[in-house]
Design a protein around this ligand. Structure first.
Ligand SMILES: *Cc1c(COP(=O)(O)O)cnc(C)c1O
Length: 399
């Protein structure tokens, strides 16, 4: 796609007001992790030094303390740290004994690791379309996707908003299915007063740097309320071994580094405040868009219903002429992202499942319309104003 905006006045001459030199805010990034690091630099460096002095790098006291702190933050009984959010999903399915011949119901509108984890353990992902308003798995579609092979449902709390869990949990209880929550984007999100990730058998979290609680590299964690399942996870993340060189089960190597744990412990203390900043930014976007009066051109996510606490890992709007808008914004120095341009049921990697275009209409429509706007905690009001102003300019010039 051309980086030149297709915006011209009636006479065909360039419109002066869209010249990039008129951008009102200094350049900013979609996500600025340096802005997050600056005020916690001293604490971070101390935490890193503490691990270096100990020369203890794998699991150990630092990881255990982190697990305890995050379990308490989430109100979960057990938290087991591992090497990534993707591994958290795989370990959860392994602990449930899900594999060959089993089916797991999930959403096609998510990061690849969700369905990837199901396929990775040898089971079959079964996609159910999303709800138009929330982008989350539509519980109404689950009953029609059940077969005698269905073993679990894997809802994703996409962009930081919990999926509608009550009907999923009820159905799972009635049909004896496990629920594995992909809470990678939703640490701290709440639903009916409890934390996302504490409803099902397992809640899976990611500390990939762009998540709300991001490490200095990869990291993940699984929560559970069941001591037997927690024990299984601890076994599986260290090759199925409780005693050195004795193997009870086939596991894997998926542990959190002590360095990551030390870093995440520093950051966890700031998470609630960072989340509040994200929520304030979302509110501000809503009022700025309302004031801009863009009508149906931009569909802004509504404030969540009272039983939800949204943590806004992403602020995702639906936009008319999304790709043209995105190119235009790029020329104005406004960074955006598209999560996700192709739903999983139409990805080459999942072609073997046999889905075709048109089978998941809501996910497919979303993939053509969604646009994520910057919403990191340190984002400034002038940046948000510049984002909304540039979007308003695009539509007023184009239509
Ligand atoms: C980030 C993410 C994952 C995977 O986490 P990694 O730590 O990157 O492996 C899984 N599911 C969703 C929805 C994610 O956003």
């Amino acid at each position: 796609m051309s980086a030149t905006p297709q915006v011209r006045s009636q006479a065909g001459a360039p419109v002066p007001s869209v010249d990039s030199t008129t951008a009102v805010a200094p350049a900013f990034d979609f996500l600025d992790l340096r802005a997050q690091f600056a005020p916690i630099r001293v604490d971070m460096m101390q935490a890193i030094a503490r691990v270096m002095e100990s020369q203890h790098f794998i699991l150990g006291r630092e990881v255990q303390s982190f697990e305890e702190e995050i379990a308490s933050f989430l109100g979960a009984r057990f938290a087991v740290a591992c090497a990534s959010g993707s591994d958290a999903l795989v370990l959860a399915l392994m602990a449930l004994g899900i594999g060959d011949g089993d089916e797991v119901i999930t959403t096609p509108f998510t990061f690849v690791a969700t369905a990837g984890s199901i396929a990775r353990v040898g089971a079959t992902p079964v996609f159910v379309d999303i709800d138009r308003d929330t982008f989350n798995l539509d519980p109404a579609g689950i009953a029609g996707a059940l077969t005698p092979r269905t073993r679990a449902v894997m809802p994703v709390h996409l962009f930081g908003l919990a999926a509608e869990l009550q009907p999923i949990l009820e159905l799972a209880r009635a049909k004896r299915l496990a629920v594995v929550e992909d809470a990678a984007q939703a640490i701290g999100a709440r639903h009916h007063g409890s934390a996302a990730g504490t409803f099902g058998e397992f809640g899976c979290f990611s500390f990939f740097p762009s998540k709300n609680l991001g490490g200095a590299g990869d990291g993940g964690l699984i929560t559970t309320q069941d001591s037997t399942l927690a024990d299984k996870l601890r076994l599986l993340r260290v090759h199925g071994s409780r005693k050195k060189y004795h193997y009870e089960a086939l596991g894997m190597n998926s542990r959190l580094d002590a360095l990551q744990a030390a870093i995440l412990r520093v950051k966890l203390a700031h998470l609630a405040q960072w989340t509040r900043a994200r929520q304030e930014h979302a509110e501000r976007y809503r009022s700025l868009f309302q004031a801009a009066g863009l009508g149906s051109a931009i569909d802004v996510p509504a404030a969540p219903a009272t039983e939800y606490v949204h943590v806004y890992n992403q602020f995702v709007v639906r936009a008319k002429d999304r790709d043209a808008l995105r190119s235009f914004l790029q020329t104005r120095g406004i960074p955006t992202e598209v999560y996700y341009p192709v739903p999983l049921h139409l990805q080459p990697a999942f072609r073997y499942l046999g889905y075709t275009a048109g089978q998941m209409p809501n996910a497919e429509q979303a993939s053509h319309e969604v646009l994520a706007l910057p919403i990191y905690p340190e984002l400034k009001e002038v940046h948000q104003q510049a984002v909304v102003q540039a979007i308003a300019d695009f539509y007023s010039l184009k239509h």
